[in-house]
Design a protein around this ligand. Structure first.
Ligand code: SF4
Length: 686
């Protein structure tokens, strides 16, 4: 069979945005997927789930034709009949129009997230939203809390080049598990360890696969990382590790910070975190004694009501030691703010009416249940157009979400690659292309490349891209915008031009433009992102979000988490698994085989106290409901902590609803954000 190698970019919701080399067979199928060796961050490495992408691309359950539901909601494929694209799009347009005529345009809620990170296929739905004055979407579910925390101190959404990890003497992976979720980080960690004898520290509430390979693992209780960071800084000041010259030049208020930290000593933090004073002291001295210290911030510890405050506290560490100024030093959370791409054309921002209401995507359950705290004085949501997400599984407080989708008066159109749980609730389901079948442009969180990925396969069956569907609907709805009448690659080309970047023709032939800033800028030696160009130890929370009253200006432990009580004494973390990515890949055979079944990691003493052993069924519950999973005795966490990795399909659970039945849709501070790792629960034998 003729086989050629073609370039692409991983589109999945992962900061690595790996540059890919794909075996293409006969121009129609793919074989193995590899990382591109020439892209200096990817360095030839991709995760196992994407290496086996053929399983997903050629999965027998790929949607292939537009479908209309004729049976019960939630049944799946058997409840649908095929229709033509014209019939499907006409019906969607008619239903959206009818809903808007009856209730006003804000009754329609286009709903999307990051099933692809490509800007055209992900964000184009906003163009239709703004052109039609549909309800807007508060994109709170992933990075809202962490963005707020990073911006509070650094002031710009960028950090030190991830490739510099290889030049570090100490790497601290805080709140992330890259062995499972961002394998490329480990490539650079391995280089630093091999060439420089660098130490690896992992801060995570459980012994993840990354913690397994670390020199030091600290496992604080969930939601207490801010306390740990404060105690570390207390030691840095007290024991002479603070770089006072650096702080005088590059930070706003080192004296105020030092005074504030004075009572936040290791014994104080030990009480909050469950760590020992010695562990905290040891880590502080290690961090303080090394200038080339690089903190790689993950998303984990931000998924907490106090997540923004915690992340802010962690970003203060390199500002106290001055590590920001050193090659291989500083920190990185995300580089998604690095490249100044102008989103106006893709998202139709020139049509945005600021008077339209904004609904919180994390609170979709409450929104669909007409909670006035969410929908305000506006109309109920009676029509949803959904791309790139599966809220029936991924949104918090699943019980409410399921009740909302079950409303008989709600019209739902889902454009998807598979019959997801959300698609099964739809009236019309449209089959979507994969990244191999459409063009897009991809910025990255973990590195500095802007990458273009072109279609390398024809669309599967009758699948259409998100861009094509949005343009098809726009035509039927009478929406006018230049972005609706050009192709995806033309949109990319014009976006590059208006952003002052090389257009498609001038773009590097391999589709990878390295936008790495010079050292001075990358290390903030020419200033941080705030107007005064300083790193801020005093966060201006009111400028970041309206719910700031409980957030103190200096870094601190902010006690707003779901601590639990006598009835719900345990703390549940719904962590990402290695083989799934949200709900992507949770239907591919090798991913399911590796993950096994929904499983709770529970401390052996706790299991024994419940009269349970390894492999027994355990019920986890709280005031929102309960689920049954298999228990695994696991000593790599504190006794109060329980881990369930996922996200498994709802039907993998005995009672047909997944782990997000237990998680809360309470908004994190100060501007919302989903709090998936901030859940108190009880445990009992099932
Ligand atoms: S590591 Fe992330 S970006 Fe790279 S291939 Fe896997 S999912 Fe895609």
């Amino acid at each position: 069979m003729p086989l050629d190698i073609v370039s692409s970019v991983c589109p999945h919701d992962c900061p690595s945005a790996c540059a890919l080399e794909i075996e293409r067979i006969d121009g129609r199928r793919i074989g193995r997927v590899r990382g591109a060796a020439a892209q200096t961050y990817t360095q030839g490495v991709v995760c196992a789930k994407v290496a086996r992408y053929a399983e997903r691309q050629h999965h027998p359950a790929r949607l292939s034709r537009p479908l209309r539901r004729v049976g019960e909601k939630g049944v799946g494929g058997a409840a649908f009949v095929p229709v033509s694209w014209d019939e499907a799009l006409d019906e969607v347009a008619e239903r959206l129009t009818r809903a808007a005529q009856r209730h006003g345009s804000e009754t329609v809620w286009p709903y999307y997230y990051a099933g692809t990170m490509g800007l055209v296929q992900r964000d184009g739905i906003n163009r239709l939203r703004h052109a039609m004055r549909y309800s807007r979407e508060h994109l709170s579910i992933c990075s809202m809390l962490s963005d707020a925390g990073w911006l509070a101190g650094v002031g710009a959404k960028r950090g030190v080049d991830g490739r510099e990890i290889a030049k570090s003497d100490l790497i601290v992976i805080w709140g992330g598990n890259p062995v499972s979720t961002q394998v490329n980080v480990m490539t650079h960690v391995a280089a630093a360890r091999k060439k420089r004898g660098a130490k690896l520290v992992v801060v995570d509430p459980y012994r993840t696969a990354t913690a397994e390979v670390a020199d030091l693992h600290l496992a604080p209780l969930p939601g207490t990382d801010g306390a740990l960071a404060c105690a570390v800084m207390h030691v840095l000041f007290k024991e002479g590790y603070a770089d006072r010259n650096y702080m005088a030049r590059f930070t706003d208020d080192p004296e105020g910070l030092e005074a504030h930290l004075s009572p936040r000593h290791p014994a104080w933090a030990a009480r909050l975190t469950g760590l020992s004073e010695d562990e905290i002291l040891g880590f502080a001295r290690l961090y303080g004694s090394i200038r080339r210290s690089y903190i790689r911030v993950g998303y984990g510890f931000s998924r907490s009501r106090n997540g923004a405050a915690q992340l802010f506290a962690v970003t203060c560490l390199p500002a106290v030691t001055g590590a920001w100024a050193h090659e291989g030093g500083g920190a990185l959370y995300s580089n998604l703010g690095l490249v100044p791409l102008d989103p106006t054309l893709i998202e139709g921002l020139d049509r945005l009416d600021p008077a339209t209401r904004i609904l919180d995507q994390s609170r979709i359950g409450s929104v669909l249940m007409d909670d006035r705290r969410d929908i305000g004085d506006g109309p109920p949501v009676t029509a949803l157009l959904i791309q790139n997400t599966n809220p029936m599984v991924v949104a918090p407080e699943s019980g409410l979400v399921h009740r909302g989708f079950a409303r008989p008066d709600l019209f739902v159109c889902v454009h998807e690659q598979f019959m997801t749980e959300t698609a099964a609730m739809a009236d019309i389901v449209l089959p979507a292309t994969t990244f191999l079948e459409h063009d897009d442009i991809y910025p990255a969180g973990a590195h500095t490349y802007l990458q273009i990925g072109r279609a390398v396969l024809p669309p599967h069956a009758e699948c259409r891209s998100n861009h094509d569907v949005i343009c098809g609907l726009a035509e039927r709805l009478g929406a006018r915008h230049p972005g609706f009448v050009i192709s995806a690659i033309e949109l990319i080309d014009r976006t590059l031009q208006i952003s002052g970047l090389p257009d498609v023709e001038s773009f590097p032939e391999d589709g990878r433009l390295d936008c790495c800033p010079p050292f001075e800028t990358g290390h903030f030696l020419d200033g941080f992102g705030h107007a005064d160009r300083k790193f801020h130890f005093r966060a201006d929370w009111p400028a970041i979000g309206s719910e700031h009253a409980q957030l103190p200006p200096y870094p601190d432990h902010v006690a707003v988490i779901d601590e639990g009580d006598a009835e719900q004494p345990f703390r549940l973390i719904a962590a990402p698994s290695r083989s799934f990515l949200n709900t992507s890949f949770n239907n591919t055979p090798s991913s399911i085989a590796r993950e096994g079944r929904p499983t709770a990691l529970v401390h052996p003493d706790v299991l024994a106290g419940l009269g349970l052993g390894d492999g027994d069924r355990i019920r986890i519950g709280n005031r929102r409901g309960s689920v049954v999973v298999c228990a695994r005795a696991f000593g790599g966490l504190q006794t109060r902590v329980v881990i369930v990795e996922g996200l498994w399909p709802n039907d993998a659970f005995e009672e047909g609803i997944g782990i997000n039945l237990l998680t809360s849709a309470d908004p994190g501070l100060p501007r919302g954000g989903a709090v998936f790792h901030d859940t108190s629960v009880w445990l009992s034998p099932a």
